[in-house]
Design a protein around this ligand. Structure first.
Ligand SMILES: CC(C)(COP(=O)(O)OP(=O)(O)OC[C@H]1O[C@@H](n2cnc3c(N)ncnc32)[C@H](O)[C@@H]1OP(=O)(O)O)[C@@H](O)C(=O)NCCC(=O)NCCS
Length: 146
């Protein structure tokens, strides 16, 4: 059964979010894929890079890190804490980017839940990046917009 989330809020943030993104990433991804605070600081120091952090009762529970150039936004990473999944937070974080224009992202061939979520939001697979991840696995390139 889906959890009802009260007091769900979304905050657009900059480099000051590096610490909270590192904490959320650590709890959302397998240990071999975790990005540290310094990596988030470096990414957030590049022009056009921002985050959106989802909070429940002011506690951070999910995030998306993205970079916008003109009318195209690239999702660099997204995650929701396991306890808060399947409540619509992932979808809401991505929908919040649609007013910027086109959205592009890479997703592992084996990440079926994320691929399903992106397709349900209107993303199409437009390409493949071979050997994209450290373990040598491939990624789909997915695109939203005309
Ligand atoms: C992918 C992720 C961000 C989705 O976040 P979420 O808040 O659970 O997403 P939502 O609740 O908005 O779900 C959106 C849809 O995705 C699909 N989905 C999400 N998780 C799923 C799962 N475990 N199994 C099947 N479908 C799933 C469902 O269609 C779901 O809609 P529904 O609940 O109405 O059926 C979250 O699972 C996560 O953090 N995963 C680990 C990190 C990751 O893989 N990030 C993506 C890298 S590209």
């Amino acid at each position: 059964m889906k959890k009802e989330l009260k007091d769900l809020a979304f905050h657009t943030m900059g480099i000051e979010s590096a610490g909270v993104l590192a904490m959320l990433h650590r709890q959302s991804f397998p240990v071999e894929e975790v990005w540290d605070e310094q990596s988030f600081q470096s990414l957030l120091s590049i022009k056009g890079t921002e985050s959106k952090v989802a909070c429940v009762n002011s506690d951070p529970v999910g995030f998306v890190l993205f970079r916008t150039f003109g009318d195209e936004t690239e999702i660099l990473t997204i995650g929701v804490l396991p306890h808060y999944r399947r409540c619509g937070i992932g979808r809401a974080l991505i929908r919040a980017l649609f007013n910027k224009g086109k959205v592009i992202l890479e997703v592992s061939f084996s990440n079926f839940s994320a691929i399903y979520m992106y397709k349900s939001l209107g993303f199409s697979i437009i390409g493949k990046r071979s050997n994209y991840y450290k373990d040598g696995s491939d990624a789909h390139v997915m695109y939203y917009g005309s």
